[in-house]
Structure formats: C-alpha cells, structure tokens
Write a protein that binds this ligand. Structure first.
Ligand code: ADP
Ligand code: ZN
Length: 733
C-alpha cells in the first residue's frame, strides 16, 4: 500500500519525497483509522486525503468551508488528471446534473462540498446510494466554539458520520490549541492514538522585525529589492491601505487595495488579479487571504503591528506555501502598541485581560534578542531546539553591541519604587522626562527626586529600555492594568550587585548589519522569465491561475537544471505524468531553444549536484552581480549598455549600482543623470531637495517635490548625489 502511495506521489503529483508525517498519515487513513492532522498552512495537508482517495475504490467526500478553495483544489486536481468535482450553489442546473451523473457512474474520486451542501437532504440521499470510503474534514477547527472560526453547520457533521459507517474520517486543521484539538476529537468521536501533529516551524520563512520610523520609505526600499515578486502588505486600517496603495501605485508598482470598504466585486476582482499574477502586490487589511491558496507569495509585510501572535503567524503563513524562501517583514512601532491598547480598552473586562496577555506575548516576540523561532514556536506549545535558525534577523545579525545600561535601569526602577509600584510605563517615562502633564501635577510627581532625570533619552528609547527591563525580569507588568512591580532582582540592581547590559534603540537596531539571507540554488533568470510567459499564456487560455499549470518551484528547477528530454523533465519537481503529457513539449521547446541560443550543453538532471553552469552558493553570485555591474559601470560602460549586457531593466540596474555604493565602493558620477527623463531645468531643485533631506530615504524628497518626480527617477538622482560624494553642495553654490 505504501508503495502505491509513493508511486502516486511521483506519477500523479510529480513530487519525489513525502514531507514529514505525510506518509504515516496516509498509511493510517488507508488502514481505515480515523485521523486528526494538525499541520501549519502550506505543510501539505491536502495530499493526506488526496492520495488515499486515489487508492480507495469508492468516493472520498471533502468538506471545506470556502468555495474559492474548493474551486482551486478541483482545478488543480483536474490539471493532474484526477477526477474531482464539487457540488454547490455556484453551479448551473445543467452542470449540477452532469456532476451527479458522473458520481452515479462511479467516475469520481473526490467530491468537494461545503458543510451546508453536505447536510442537505438532496445530497444526503445521493450519497446514500454511493460507496463512500473516506470523509475528509478540512479546516476542522470550524467545529469548535473555541476556534477562531466557529461554524454551527460543522457541529452537525458528527451526525453525518453515522450515515456512512464504512467511511474513515480524516480531520485537518492548522489551529493548534489543545482545547480546539480536544473539541474536534470528541465531536467526531475520535480515538486518541490517531493524532498527528507536525511542527509549526515554517523553515522557509525569513522573519525580520525592524523599528518603524519612516514606514512608507522603508516599504519602498524593501520593494525596490524585491521587484517582480508577489507579496501582501497588511495594514491596520482601511485608510492606511488606501494611502499606501496610492503611493505605491504612483511609483509604478503593480498593486491593488483590499479591504471591507470596497464593493464585493472590487474585492473579488483584485484578489483574482493577484492570484493570476496580473497584479503583484496587494495592500490589505486583515480581511485578505482567507480563501487564497496562491503558493508563490514571496513576501508579507506588516506595515502595522498585528493584534497578536496568532494573527501574525496566520498572515505570514500565506507566504512561501511552495516551500521556497519567502520574506516576512514587520515594522514595529511603539505608537502601534498604543493603538492596539486603545482598542483593547473598549472591550469588556474579561476580554481585556485575554487581549493584554496576547499583546504581551507578541511584544516578547518582537523584542527578543534570541532566535525569533523560539518565542514564536513556544507560543504554540512547541520547543525550538536549535540554537540558531539562520532564517531570522536575530540569527543573522552580526553581534549586536550590548552596552551597560545599569544606570538607566536604576533610574527607571527607582522611579517605579518612588511611585509605590502603582503606575505603568508611560507615566514613569513622563516623570523621567520631566513632563508637565495633568497626571503628574495631580500626583505631585514633579516633586520626586527622579523627576526629569532621564531627559537625554526620547520617549521611544525609554519605552524600548523599559521593555528590556521587563524581559530581563527586573520588573513585572500587571497583565490587566499595565502597572509595574519590582522583583528581587530590581534590588540587586539598586545595590549595584547586578550590572545590566542591553541596547539603546537608535544606535543599534536601525543599523543592524545583516549577513545576507541564503537563497536557493541559483537559476537562469532569463529562461525563468521565458517559461513564466509561456505558463501565463497557457493559464489564461485555460482560465486558471498560473500556479495550477506549474508552480514557481517547477519553473525554477527547469531554469536551473535545463532538462532537454522527456525523461529528464520527469525529474523536475511537480511534473507528473499528466502534466508532462499536456505541457512537456511546450516547455521543452523553450528550454531547448534557449540552450541553443546560449550554447548550454546537455546534461543529465541530477538534483543532488550543483546545477550546471550555475555557481553555488548563490549568496556569492548575488553579491557578485552588483559588484560586477558596479565595476562594469566604472570601466566606462553606460547604464543602457549594462541593461543590455545583463538583460535587466533600468530600475534594476540603478538598484544594483546603489547596492554597489552601499557596500562601500565608489562610483563614477558622470553619465548617471543622462538616463533621467526629467527635464534638465528640474535637476537643480531635485538635487537641492536631496541636499536638504539627505539620501537615506526617498519619501521625504518625494513629498517635498509634491509627487511630481517618480520614485524611479528619484533613485537616479540619489545615486548621483551619493556618487558625487558631497559635490551636491558645490552644485548648489
Ligand atoms: P496546506 O493545505 O497544509 O496549507 P497544501 O496541501 O496546499 O498545504 O500544500 C502546500 C503546497 O505543498 C502545495 O503546493 C502542495 O502541492 C505542496 N506539497 C505537498 N506535499 C508535498 C511533497 N511531499 N513534496 C512537494 N510538495 C508538496
Ligand atoms: Zn533565528
């Protein structure tokens, strides 16, 4: 049986290995044992019932709450040559009858149903005449009132089970809390032994948290390094979504907004454009992402702080479902904490308590100095054993410089003591900074000896320090009211028995020097683009999203290993028998002519080895690319020539040259402004504006010029300013 499962994995799905737990789960289901699967998003839950469905003689019924996801799965399975269909209200009468006919003829392996459809008399009587071998309940947390997405119809599924005694039940969810887990099992009458819990560590997600100071500029900077990639930017409010969307749109990004204030049609259209790769970036409130299964989301940016770790985890989980590396950036602003607190204060007392606990867990995660995977996974009850993951900012940061903050700790803690341990962080900071607020006057705190002794640090810096004191156990914060209390260790600090080392914000976090994140093996970007265009054409013709044809990973492997024969194409990830037959020739043609054009020799596909012609590791070659481009420019080539030589767009060339400068090299400045399309009488004002605001961020310059000069143009001028090395001053005289 297991052999059969393995061969289906290869022949139908085109994958070479099972992922963790998949094999055991599939065995369990095939052996007709009820099974509970807890696996994070993107972990590969679907295969756990799809492969058994192909082995069982009878039908597998899949219950899923979201119509869009059902449609997506049915499309993907059909592309793989698996007979799958759904019955729901979106079908016309004719389609519905056709599907029923197919079911009656036993020609269907998987039937997808929303719970309310399954529960209808019509469906139940249809199913009673068929052999049902398996009932798969996707998003099974909907069964539990403790879950975040309780659906009453799900509760009734237990009754349905008894109607199909020969059907094994497999319930799947990405929600890990113990309570929900127990609820699912007891509702469905499960046995404890058949539970599979995968790790919640999504190894391919790079986690990066950075202080939010100029969020729009920071976002633009990030995007300029991720051109051409798909991503989601989450904001707190609709207003923020709209304004960020406008800035990005004006700067020429392929972007759409998504929030509850748009009409249903606008939302559906924008989502569809994103899924089909017609739009690259979605700026959204939390409403976005529930029903999407797009595997090649390469980044998720949290422009604002998420409410809690659960939400954060769910949102970053939408990145990198294809298993390729993806970037998760969170802009962490202290102002956002106040915003969340404001909303928490509107709630009932009980809810406030829980919300505050959640917020504190989130703050611990954002402010940690150790590997971020530790607090993140600990939140889900999992211990992370490795010392470093090398996929988070903390692990990749070159050693942060810790400084002696004992005196600052003494100042802060003694202020807590002198106010009888009755106040929260904000009030203590007010005292230290000598504020004249009403609250200070009311309590006569201006008379304290600690009043005004911390003016040399900003409110933000103090806040960051206070969080460190809490994290180090020097004081504790009341979960409900936020009041601060001292601990035994506080007294050791007072007495000078314990020194405190930590960080003072601006000096370190803003300029954390990072080693580069490792990427997958390098691949031929030009070939990748050609394959991508072909994929898009095929997808549009078939009316499906491009990833249904082939995933990015498949195209990347094609562009790294150059398969030239039918046989070698089968070694590529995601190429099973049916897709091979359907699309193989098309893609082989492109690879073949590309190889001929570039004189790339035929080589067997061997994934254990370094891909042919591609240097490894790519970290070096990535670095080399901007170095090579910078050096080529300094040797006298023009930007136009560079664009042609390296087959890159103008903005990419500019970005490479910028990176070259950032790495400490110098660049000749003549020739740069020639590529600008801005009329020369405007040059002076642009350069003056840069002189005034500096070159670190583009947004202030963009704003000062009232948006008249695009970001791409500003990048050219920024490059010029930096390369002139102070000569912008001469220019102005
Ligand atoms: P989940 O439902 O858990 O979020 P999916 O079932 O959608 O995850 O799987 C995520 C992606 O991983 C899909 O593109 C799927 O085809 C792929 N995948 C699943 N199992 C494997 C495997 N064993 N090898 C390679 N890719 C896999
Ligand atoms: Zn780490």
């Amino acid at each position: 049986m297991t052999n059969k499962a393995k061969s289906i994995l290869g022949e139908v799905f085109g994958y070479s290995e099972f992922r963790s737990h998949q094999k055991k789960i599939i065995e369990n289901v095939i052996n007709k044992k009820d099974t509970l699967v807890i696996m994070p998003t993107g972990g590969g839950k679907s295969l756990c019932y799809q492969i058994p469905a192909l082995i069982f003689k009878g039908l597998t019924v899949v219950v899923s709450p979201l119509i869009s996801l059902m449609k997506d799965q049915v499309e993907q399975l059909s592309e793989l040559g698996v007979s799958a269909l759904f019955l729901n209200s979106t079908l016309s009468g004719e389609e519905y009858s056709r599907n029923v006919e197919l079911l009656k003829k036993n020609e269907v392996k998987l039937l997808y149903l929303a719970p309310e459809n399954l529960l209808s008399q019509r469906t139940l009587s249809l199913l009673s005449s068929l052999q049902i071998d398996c009932l798969a309940i996707d998003e099974a947390h909907c069964i539990s009132e403790w879950g975040h997405d309780f659906r009453p119809e799900y509760r009734k599924l237990a009754d349905v089970r008894s109607r199909f005694p020969s059907a094994t039940c497999i319930a799947l969810t990405a929600t890990a809390t113990q309570r929900v887990r127990e609820d699912i099992k007891s509702s469905l009458g499960f046995d404890v032994s058949n539970e599979f819990i995968a790790s919640f560590d999504r190894q391919n997600l790079y986690l990066h948290i950075t202080p939010k100071n100029k969020p729009v500029a920071q976002t633009m900077d990030f995007l300029s390094n991720h051109l051409g990639e798909s991503g989601i930017i989450y904001c707190f409010s609709r207003r923020q979504v709209d304004s960020l969307y406008e800035v990005l749109e004006d700067s020429g990004y392929s972007v759409r907004p998504y929030h509850a204030g748009l009409s249903d049609k606008e939302r559906a259209d924008n989502q569809d454009l994103f899924i089909k790769d017609d739009v690259q970036i979605i700026v959204a409130t939390i409403a976005f992402g529930m029903g999407i299964n797009k595997p090649n989301v390469r980044f998720v940016i949290h422009f604002d702080l998420p409410k809690n770790i659960e939400t954060y985890y769910q949102e970053i989980g939408r990145a990198g479902r294809d298993g390729l590396k993806a970037y998760c950036l969170l802009l962490f602003g202290y102002g956002d904490i106040q915003k969340i607190k404001y909303f928490i204060n509107q709630k009932s007392e009980d809810e406030q308590r829980t919300a505050n606990i959640h917020l504190n867990a989130l703050l611990q995660f954002t402010e940690t100095e150790i590997c971020r995977r530790r607090p993140l996974l600990a939140y889900f009850g999992e211990e992370y054993h490795a010392d470093k993951c090398n996929m988070c900012d903390n692990c990749l940061a070159e050693d942060k410089k810790l400084v002696d903050i004992t005196i600052l700790a003494q100042k802060f803690l003694s202020c807590v003591k002198r106010t009888d341990e009755m106040f929260g962080i904000n009030h203590i900071i007010d005292i230290l900074r000598g504020s004249q607020s009403q609250k200070i006057c009311n309590f006569e705190h201006e008379k304290l000896s600690t009043y005004g002794i911390g003016k040399e640090y900003t409110r933000k810096q103090w806040f960051h320090l206070a969080r460190q004191f809490i994290n180090k156990g020097l004081m504790i914060q009341d979960a409900k009211y936020g009041g601060l209390k001292l601990t035994d260790r506080s007294y050791d600090v007072f007495k000078g028995k314990e020194a405190v080392f930590g960080m003072i914000e601006e000096e370190h976090i803003l300029h954390v020097k990072k080693k580069e994140m490792e990427t997958e093996y390098d691949y031929d970007r030009v070939l990748f683009e050609k394959l991508r265009i072909m994929r898009k054409e095929l997808a549009d013709n078939a009316g499906v999203p491009p990833y249904v044809i082939f995933s990015d990973k498949t195209l990347i492997e094609m562009s790294a290993f150059y398969p030239r024969s039918e046989e070698s194409l089968l070694h590529i990830h995601g190429v099973g028998a049916v897709k091979h037959k359907k699309y193989g020739a098309c893609f082989l043609d492109i690879i073949d002519s590309h190889c001929k054009e570039h004189r790339i020799e035929i080589q067997p596909v061997n994934k254990q080895k370094v891909p042919p012609h591609m240097p490894q590791p790519s970290r070096k070659s990535e670095k080399k690319r901007y170095m090579i481009i910078g050096e080529t420019y300094n040797m006298g080539k023009s930007v136009d020539q560079i664009m042609e030589m390296f087959n890159i767009k103008k903005v990419t060339a500019i970005d490479h040259l910028y990176n070259y400068l950032q790495s400490g090299q110098t660049l000749r400045s003549d020739g740069i402004l020639e590529i600008s399309e801005v009329s020369s009488d405007q040059h002076r004002i642009i350069l003056e504006t840069f002189h005034k605001f500096g070159t670190e961020f583009l947004k202030p310059v963009f704003d000062a010029l009232e948006g008249r000069v695009s970001y791409d143009e500003l990048k050219i001028f920024r490059l010029y300013c930096i390369s002139m090395d102070n000569t912008s001053r001469d220019f102005i005289q």
